[in-house]
Design a binder for this molecule. Structure first.
Ligand code: NOJ
Length: 561
């Protein structure tokens, strides 16, 4: 496996709207981020991924861009951004910008032109179709509910929008679109950024003919996954992007790829022939959903499923491609609430999950607040939620499907993206120290107990544990490059694995439950000495690890000799 700097880093994701507000308007901003760079440096991360900061009407909080080459007014100016980049580089931090090029905002000048007439020179920048028998061109459902097509009065045709109707899909079949995007990418790269996180990058190529999706759910609109993800020209587009842009710089690239399999991942991230460094796969994020397309259909996580999925990704990419490792981001509920215990064992389970995340093979991503164990939020009223996906879902379930609002609120509490978007909890002061004004979304009421100031003052905090894990990765190449091998594959409560290089070997033991299961080391794992590298409970250094009774959410990492 080749050594690469981006394999050896830890990434921190900032959702700028909710990170730190410097001017009291209740919205996080770039100058707020600058204020907190020392904090990131202290944590030890190497790379920062900024969710979109471009000009946007904010229908989907910046994932609807109206100018790719300017900064959203609420976040600051291009000059602030330049200062942020310089301040980051001064500290040795690298910056990843979010590249959102499957769609633009409907307020982007290209779309404003395109919708004017069928022969406008920008018409073919987007995907237009006539209706079919007075209805939409096909039965595709948008990710945010309803049809993926919007009728446009001016020209009497529909345009495709896989996300909100204010996010029309770009037509990547049109070479002019691709050239515009590549020029824009060069513009940012020449400013000195260190790479891109690429939004839904495997949706660029749609299946020709845009056929109806198979009927898998009640109602008129169906999940079009197989016709929009990993489409026939995807690799060609990525190859071209690599040839014309990416290959000219030594940068970090990660593609967000719903429905990607490990085969797709090997194609896209292959060490010799791939196009991007790594992907965000979704298989482990779908394990607590009732069926393929329904994240709102709640289902408890089965640890055996998690082992099966993660082990397959570890194994299939070994020596070929590269994994991204994440348990949370701005689209997912908080990991400690979802996979751990955000009550009695919040601290233990957050540390256990962190151990899991950081000890797999791949590049770990920490989402803002994860490092202090921030939890899901339970607002009583839908009026307190801001996320378009959540609000649309609530309406559809309550108003159209007639589901009891209490049941729907339980779904919101478990899965809403706003769980991850409440303001960063800096201290126990007003609005958690996030803003001096009124925050755009309410702060999680637990901020008086869970906040950065407290975490920094406590040598045993989750933050201190993340710091240690990040440092361990820097000191131990086996954490980055070692081969993964699952142990005890049928154990329902304990997830254990080894990581091996020719001259080094680690043993990772994780209890995913509140119980006290027994861990018995398989006899084929022989060793003559051991050294404890990290654990989330006090451990007797002489304890015999061949047979252990684990404490709730216990995590241990040993070096075996
Ligand atoms: C994925 C992003 O992470 C999400 O926040 C956004 O809503 C969609 N892509 C559309 O851009």
């Amino acid at each position: 496996m080749k050594k690469r700097w981006w394999k050896e880093t830890v990434v921190y994701q900032i959702y700028p709207r909710s990170f730190c507000d410097s001017n009291g308007d209740g919205i996080g901003d770039l100058r707020g981020i600058i204020r907190k760079l020392d904090y990131l440096e202290q944590l030890g991360v190497d790379v920062v991924w900024l969710s979109p900061v471009y000009k946007s009407p904010n229908d989907d909080n910046g994932y609807d861009i109206s100018d790719y080459q300017d900064i959203m007014a609420e976040f600051g100016t291009l000059a602030d951004w330049e200062e942020l980049l310089a301040e980051m580089h001064r500290r040795g931090l690298k910056l990843l910008m979010d590249l959102v090029v499957n769609h633009t905002s409907d307020e982007h000048p290209w779309f404003i032109e395109a919708r004017k007439s069928k022969d406008n020179r920008y018409r073919d920048y987007y995907i237009w179709r006539p209706g079919q028998d007075g209805r939409e061109p096909n039965n595709w459902e948008s990710f945010f509910g309803g049809s993926a097509w919007q009728y446009d009065e001016a020209t009497g045709e529909y345009y495709l929008h896989l996300f909100s109707r204010k996010q029309p899909d770009l037509n990547w079949e049109n070479p002019k679109v691709r050239e515009e995007i590549y020029a824009m990418m060069h513009w940012w790269l020449k400013k000195g950024i260190d790479g891109f996180r690429m939004d839904v990058i495997n949706m660029l190529s749609k299946v020709p003919g845009l056929p109806d999706a198979p009927v898998t759910a009640a109602g008129p609109y169906q999940f079009p996954g197989q016709y929009i993800c990993n489409g026939p020209r995807l690799l060609e587009f990525l190859q071209e992007m690599k040839r014309k842009v990416l290959s000219k710089y030594d940068i970090f690239t990660v593609g967000e790829t719903p429905l990607a399999t490990t085969e797709h991942a090997v194609d896209i991230t292959h060490e010799e022939t791939g196009h991007l460094n790594m992907l965000f796969q979704f298989e482990h994020m779908d394990l607590d959903s009732g069926h393929a397309s329904g994240k709102w259909a709640l289902k408890p996580l089965d640890l055996l499923d998690l082992k099966r999925v993660m082990s397959r990704w570890q194994k299939d990419l070994q020596g070929k491609g590269w994994n991204s490792l994440y348990l949370s981001n701005h689209d997912q509920p908080r990991a400690v609430s979802r996979f751990g215990d955000d009550g009695r064992y919040r601290i233990e389970s957050a540390k256990m999950l962190a151990t899991f995340l950081h000890l797999l093979q791949g590049t770990p991503y920490v989402y803002q607040g994860e490092e202090i164990g921030m939890t899901n939020v339970e607002f009583d009223s839908i009026a307190d939620y801001r996320d378009i996906e959540t609000i649309n879902m609530y309406r559809a379930y309550v108003e159209e499907k007639g589901v009891d609002p209490k049941t729907v609120m339980a779904m919101v509490h478990a899965k809403s993206r706003d769980n991850a978007r409440t303001p960063m909890q800096w201290n126990a002061g007003d609005h958690a120290g996030f803003t001096s004004g009124t925050p755009w979304i309410k702060v999680n009421p637990n901020y008086t107990a869970i906040n950065v100031e407290r975490a920094l003052a406590d040598p045993n905090s989750i933050f201190r544990y993340y710091q240690k894990l990040i440092q361990l990765r820097k000191d131990n190449p086996v954490i980055v490059y070692g081969k993964y091998h699952l142990l005890l594959d049928a154990h329902e409560e304990v997830y254990a694995f080894t990581r091996t290089l020719p001259d080094d070997r680690l043993l990772v033991i994780l209890n995913f439950t509140r119980d006290t299961p027994v861990f018995a080391l398989p006899t084929h794992v022989s060793f003559s000495g051991k050294e404890l590298l990290i654990s989330n409970y006090l451990v007797d250094p002489d304890e015999d690890i061949r047979l252990l009774t684990l404490r709730p959410f216990e995590a241990r990492v040993y070096r075996l000799r």
